[in-house]
Design a protein around this ligand. Structure first.
Ligand code: GLU
Length: 299
């Protein structure tokens, strides 16, 4: 691909764990193997969970593993005006509408379960707010048809947003912009044309493509990597108390992440300097070798 531009976009809710290291390694190698750029973006919009110390720790760990990102680190909490501008466009075009429903009111309609574990929004405020109701949040109108894309790892994917999630949140009742809006705005502003991330975000992709279409933004290519689970089958995350990766482990830790992505690493590279690891890994990288299925964390 010409002018490949990829990125790694961690949420700083805790230190870098093995699962996020896998996403970092996969996105980095795919960018470098394609002669492309790799950007770093800190997704700290969730005020109740994001921590400055975690953002610093993630950045230090990436540096210690000798990842090299291009340009300045982008911090989402400093870009609220961009999200505001995008929301204003969607409001003006009638794509976004105000919603007065509380979680309890939505649950009381007994709607279907959404793909993300929440509830499919039943569309109560779609045709306008009932008299006397105050807007709490803003939602995106979604179409009742399949949105399809070709994932570089998972193959053809399609999702009907009306059935899978319903009209989704753009601005929450607490004034926080939703991840779906911020990620679309940032990927476009940063010129990202290749997204490589964990398969746990596969079900967000149709929402992001729909937003790109309504905002007249280009759609990047997508590659959703297998995610690491613990012995209980849960994705490694801060919630499941995944351990921080230790950069002192050097090439051997990176090699474990790369092995997980279908690239066994020769012993001398595992025990050699970081610089040699990256040189070997960039030459060896092939998205075609990345397994589709999820794997269990070997520890
Ligand atoms: N911030 C998201 C996460 O850490 C990743 C977003 C993305 O790659 O699109 O799960």
């Amino acid at each position: 691909m010409n002018n490949y531009r990829g990125r790694f976009a961690p949420s700083p809710t805790g230190p870098l764990h093995f699962g996020s290291l896998v996403a970092a390694v996969g996105s980095y190698l795919d960018a470098r193997a394609n002669g492309g750029e790799w950007l770093l973006r800190i997704e700290d919009l969730d005020r109740s969970r994001a921590r400055q110390e975690a953002a610093d720790a993630i950045q230090r760990t990436l540096e210690a593993f000798a990842f090299e990102w291009d340009g300045e680190v982008v911090i989402q909490s400093r870009r609220l005006d961009h999200y505001h501008a995008a929301l204003t466009c969607l409001q003006r075009d009638g794509e976004a509408y105000p919603c007065a429903c509380s979680r309890r009111e939505i649950a009381a309609c007994a709607p279907a379960l959404a793909v993300d574990g929440g509830l499919v929004y039943p569309g109560s405020c779609r045709a306008g707010l009932a008299a006397g109701r105050a807007p709490r949040a803003w939602r995106m109108r979604v179409p009742d048809r399949e949105i399809a894309f070709d994932d570089r790892v998972q193959g053809p994917v399609q999702q009907n947003l009306a059935r899978a999630v319903g009209d989704f949140i753009l601005l929450r009742a607490d004034g926080q912009y939703a991840y779906q809006l911020a990620v679309v705005v940032d990927d476009a502003t940063q010129g990202v044309n290749a997204v490589v991330r964990g398969v746990d975000l596969l079900e967000s992709t149709a929402r992001q493509i729909w937003l790109q279409q309504r905002l007249a933004l280009p759609t990047p290519t997508y590659a959703h990597l297998p995610v690491v689970t613990n012995a209980a089958g849960e994705k490694l995350s801060k919630q499941t108390r995944a351990a921080a990766v230790d950069a002192a482990g050097g090439s051997a830790v990176l090699a474990a992440a790369l092995h997980f992505l279908g690239h066994p690493v020769p012993q001398e590279v595992c025990s050699g300097p970081l610089h040699d690891f990256w040189r070997w890994a960039i030459a060896a990288w092939s998205m075609a070798r990345v397994p589709v299925q999820r794997g269990v964390f070997p520890g």
